[in-house]
Design a protein around this ligand. Structure first.
Ligand code: NAP
Length: 322
């Protein structure tokens, strides 16, 4: 695997303590805020008031949802505003922000969505020109980033930055935590994430459909499959749907997955067809099927499988509205 491109070394501004607002305090928002609060002042909010108790536990200050961003900008005077809500709610959360205040307070706006072209477009369209925009994707979460962050990848695109010191200071938090910093365009991220992250989530969800569970005779390979399923299914379905709907490359990846399954199936059926055509069966002469019979039977099986595949494909396309 190629090494991530070098990230420019920290400047003296990098150790600056920041005032950070986190909008969206779900699974990932809590994980991120809890880490950021070790060296920064962190203010958090969520549409779900029930999680407010978690704020103090994570050394963060809770701000009630209704006027949260207004208070974060005027009272807490945050330098950085991170939007960590679900992908599917991102545009509506952004549309509710107090744009006049943003224009005067001019914070750095950061998104952490697992897709990148989509938030980039929304932020460029909606955010006042006075606000800097940094699109990021930490390629880890509460499970994979439970321990050290050493070597975990942090993808970012400095979409619109005028205050370079502040952006660098924010990024250096992740660099100092040991992350491998990967500067990358949002478009390139989505291309690569569809064939890596979305593929992993898709595989895990397919395995969950198969009720892939431990047995007394598990091989290590099978245990690894179960682990993929378990990890992926800990994330919300909203996240999985967001990875699919808001990354233009994901539908193509899903189709390649289905086609690859058909191709592997065809390889097996062809081999079976070949064998039944070549090898005489050991039954008595009277009931023995001829080689031609075997070939016809194999061909019938292949045709039937291919019909099943086409039907399944039509169902997928119907479901996706494609
Ligand atoms: P998620 O299901 O993607 O998002 C859950 C959060 O979004 C919760 O705080 C939820 O509040 C909030 N939310 C949902 N609908 C909302 C709405 N209409 N208005 C306001 N808030 C709403 O799960 P997540 O794992 O916490 O991910 C959060 C973000 O981080 C996503 O954009 C994801 O792509 C990104 N991310 C996640 C990971 C990861 O490992 N999980 C890693 C990197 C980046 P409620 O609890 O009230 O529903």
């Amino acid at each position: 695997m190629p090494a991530p491109p070098a990230f420019p070394a920290c400047t003296s501004a990098s150790s600056q303590v920041l005032r950070v607002g986190v909008v969206g305090f779900g699974c990932f928002g809590q994980f991120l805020a809890g880490h950021l609060s070790r060296t920064n002042h962190v203010f958090v909010t969520s549409i779900d008031e029930q999680v407010c108790g978690m704020a103090a536990e994570l050394s963060c200050t809770w701000v009630p949802w209704g006027r949260a961003v207004t208070e974060m900008l005027t009272i807490a005077r945050v330098d950085v505003l991170i939007i960590a809500t679900s992908i599917v709610s991102f545009a509506s959360v952004v549309s509710e922000l107090p744009f006049d205040l943003l224009r005067s307070a001019q914070p750095l706006i950061v998104d952490v969505l697992s897709v990148k072209e989509y938030p980039r477009g929304v932020l460029l369209r909606e955010m006042p020109a006075q606000c800097d925009i940094l699109c990021t994707h930490p390629m880890f979460g509460p499970s994979s980033g439970r321990g050290s962050w050493e070597g975990l990848r942090f993808v970012f695109d400095e979409v619109r930055i005028s205050n370079a010191g502040r952006a660098r200071s924010f990024l250096s938090f992740f660099e100092l935590a040991g992350c491998a910093m990967v500067p990358m365009s949002c478009a390139q991220h989505d291309q690569q994430a569809a064939s890596t992250q979305f593929l992993t989530h898709l595989t895990g969800r397919v395995l969950a459909e198969q009720a892939c569970e431990p047995t007394p005779i598990d091989t290590v390979g099978y245990q690894n499959l179960c682990a993929v399923k378990d990890n992926v299914c800990k994330d919300s379905f909203d996240l999985f749907y967001g990875l699919f709907k808001y990354n233009q490359c994901s539908l193509d990846q899903l189709r390649r997955f289905r086609d690859s399954l058909s191709a592997v199936e065809a390889q097996l059926m062809e081999r079976m067809q070949k064998e039944s055509g070549e090898r005489p069966r050991s039954r008595g002469a009277a009931g023995r099927p001829s080689a031609a019979h075997g070939r016809r039977r194999g061909a019938r099986l292949v045709r039937r499988r291919s019909r099943d595949c086409k039907r399944a494909s039509r169902r997928w396309q119907g479901a996706l509205g494609a």
